[in-house]
Ligand binder design. Structure first.
Ligand SMILES: [Zn+2]
Length: 193
């Protein structure tokens, strides 16, 4: 009985080690995959800053491992405060569904959102409402974050996975660059001297 117990313990130990290795490798793979998509989101954010002098937020929407929408903030250009990167991408996904004759509610449920800054309360609410599968973000949004400032997940029922702080330094550096020169739409009293 003692030997049997020893074999059982050994087998269980081996199983735990195998499971741990499997989880570590799949997590590493997932993080690696998200970093690839995060670099695409950062490219959008850089474009927003360099070409449009917008708050450098960019994102990509991934469906079946392919980017089907990419976008960045267009608030200053359009003078429309709802034109955040996430909303720009939501509109593009709706267009994608229309031309491919897909049910948008089914597509959004399979979408992974990768954005360089934590979505604001407005965008986070919209993403949860659309039942997005997973959201990965770069740096935290200490002013308007839909998790850091107001935890929207506590207010609505959601199964969406939210994972943050991926390549957060690069995202934060871009925001610092933008705010160092001043938001062109900010009130004069709020601009740096
Ligand atoms: Zn937003």
């Amino acid at each position: 009985m003692g030997n049997l117990y020893k074999f059982w313990s050994y087998d269980i130990f081996i199983c735990i080690v195998c499971l741990q290795n499997y989880l570590l490798s799949s997590t590493a793979y997932l993080v690696h995959k998200m970093e690839k998509f995060m670099s695409e989101a950062l490219e959008e954010a850089k474009k927003a800053l360099r070409e449009f002098n917008e708050v450098p937020v960019g994102c990509v929407f991934v469906y079946k491992n392919e980017i089907i929408a990419r976008g960045h903030n267009l608030v200053n250009l359009t003078k429309n405060p709802t034109r955040h990167a996430e909303f720009v991408c939501i509109d593009k996904v709706l267009h994608y569904c229309k031309i491919n004759q897909l049910d948008f509610s089914d597509v959004f449920k399979e979408i992974i959102v990768v954005v360089n800054v934590e979505p604001c309360v407005m965008c986070m609410s919209a993403l949860y409402d659309l039942k997005i599968k997973e959201i990965y973000y770069g740096c935290k949004n200490d002013r308007f974050g839909g998790s850091t400032v107001v935890n929207v997940a506590n207010l609505v029922k959601t199964d969406t996975t939210l994972i943050g702080e991926i390549n957060d330094k690069e995202a934060m550096d871009l925001l610092k660059q933008f705010y160092a020169t001043g938001n062109p739409l900010a009130p004069i009293s709020a601009k740096p001297l």
